[in-house]
Design a binder for this molecule. Structure first.
Ligand code: GDP
Ligand code: IMO
Ligand code: MG
Length: 433
């Protein structure tokens, strides 16, 4: 029995949802530990596509309990909409199957209003946020002004906190951005009605996980976003407002660091990024368009086109270090079929000098150019491959080059969006060597 964390190694959208769904069959609990509905995790099961923003990607496994940890910021409207969406698909979600930590923070209407007003005011220098209120909600958490899920259970506390927050937020919205202030009464009424529906799902996530660990059960921790979007380790300030890295699975779910056994880094076979910020291997040419069209690279949350480029191994190696990766899972290898050569970025060049690592100074990173290893491509359709040997030699060589450079074994290779379109070389739950 072991506990596995799944994290994104790039700028999000690596295919975490697909891999979490696949691995969920082996656990009793799947836990989201950070981020909010800025995430969009896509699952394709029996040919049917579903996108989850806040509910964990294990939800299609009837015997697996899905939990939302204290580190997540929860938009209660989205939470309830996703439950309704599942109901419409014939899946009735009850509090046995889904729980949310009372310590998680609630996204409020003023968080969204501030996010949107701020981005608008920034103009060309905007971050390109999802506009879901993520940053402002985490700001309130750190400022000790946030409203938590548990506050939904006490109408007086809820009202008092909404009132105090609105006073400050309306002043800020109106005076700095010239935006419309928000009214107190409709927010209170809406959140009291939400409280009624959401309260049965409130759970003591940390205690539950502790009990599961003591029973020797396996747990899967589902990361959102990716390492380059991490507030500490990403391309700051073009990042999100949480820590998507593996260490935060402990803080965001409420368990100790010794409980983690394997860390799986999801690596898209090329690179994509939504929103602004540096992107060394970005392709603004025909190949970039090819990747975008063939890979259907449009945001699962906002529908925005994703910027595309070659796989940046400097980024993936950095992720291996920051997350302590024990396994890599390469996704969307099928999308590279037909390209020749297939480039792998193995270093950066800045003012004629070779850099082996990502510089902290963004003005330097912005001016870095990629150093490529040109790998031979392959033409064969690989979507039917189910073992490593089924892959053409050049695809095998591409995977091996990644493995060698990053120095972490590639345990999973995904060759299509479907759950079964996967090669599993080593099961991350098998921790016995
Ligand atoms: P996440 O945010 O990391 O869960 O990733 P997204 O769901 O935002 O984006 C990944 C997209 O790639 C989704 O549309 C998946 O269905 C799709 N996908 C995942 N793995 C593969 C794969 O191996 N091949 C192909 N063609 N699509 C994949
Ligand atoms: P998943 O979990 C890709 C990006 C936004 C923006 C920046 C800050 O699906 O991989 P925010 O709304 O978080 O303040 O926006 O982070 N971003 C993502 N990009 N995938 C995601 O999640 C993302 N979540 C946030 O586009 O650049
Ligand atoms: Mg996504």
């Amino acid at each position: 029995m072991s506990n596995v964390v799944v994290v994104g190694t790039q700028w999000g959208d690596e295919g975490k949802g697909k891999v979490v769904d696949l691995l969920s069959a082996q656990v009793t609990k799947v836990v989201r530990f950070q981020g909010g509905n800025n995430a969009g995790h896509t699952l394709v099961v029996d040919g049917k596509k579903s996108i989850f923003h806040v509910i964990p990607s294990g939800i299609f496994h009837p015997d697996t309990r899905c939990l939302i940890g204290n580190g997540v910021v929860v938009d209660p409207e989205v939470f309830l909409e996703e439950i309704k969406g599942l109901f419409d698909k014939g899946i009735a979600i009850n509090p046995k199957r889904l729980g949310v930590s009372g310590r998680a923070h609630l996204i409020m209407p003023y968080h969204k209003a501030i996010d949107i007003a701020r981005e608008k005011a920034k103009g060309a220098s905007r971050i390109g946020t999802t506009g879901r209120g993520i940053g402002p909600c985490y700001e309130d958490k750190v400022a000790r002004a946030g409203i938590r899920v548990i506050d939904l259970t006490d109408p007086d506390i809820l009202k008092q906190k909404i009132k105090a927050n609105l006073k400050e937020k309306n002043f800020y919205l109106a005076n700095l951005f010239g935006a419309e202030p928000l009214e107190y009464q409709p927010i209170v009424e809406r959140y009291l009605s939400i409280a009624h529906e959401l309260s049965p799902f409130i759970a003591d996530v940390s205690t539950e996980l502790d009990e599961a660990i003591r029973r020797n059960e396996s747990i899967l921790f589902e990361g959102a976003q990716g390492t380059q979007l991490d507030i500490d380790h990403g391309t700051y300030p073009y990042v999100t407002s949480s820590n998507p890295v593996a260490a935060n699975a402990c803080i965001g779910a409420g368990i100790g660091p010794k409980s983690l056994d394997s860390i799986v880094g999801i690596v898209k076979a090329y690179t994509t990024r939504v929103g602004a910020g540096p992107f060394v291997t970005e392709l603004v040419d025909e190949t970039g368009n090819y990747l975008q069209e063939k890979g259907q690279e449009f945001g699962a949350t906002t529908g925005r086109p994703r910027r595309c480029g070659w796989l940046d191994l400097v980024v993936v190696r950095y992720s291996a270090r920051i997350n302590g990766l024990t396994h890599l899972a390469i996704t969307k290898l099928d999308i590279l079929t037909g390209l020749d050569p297939v480039n792998l970025c193995v270093g950066y060049e800045y003012k004629g000098k070779r850099l082996e690592n990502i510089p902290a100074q963004l003005s330097i990173l912005d001016k870095c150019s990629p150093v490529y290893d040109a790998m031979d491509g392959w033409q064969e359709d690989i979507s039917g491959a189910r073992t490593f040997k089924d892959l053409p030699n050049n695809a095998q060589a591409y995977v091996k080059r990644i493995e060698d450079f990053v120095d972490v074994p590639v345990s999973i290779i995904s060759v299509g969006s479907g759950r079964n379109e996967t090669i599993v070389r080593k099961n991350p739950f098998d921790t016995i060597p």
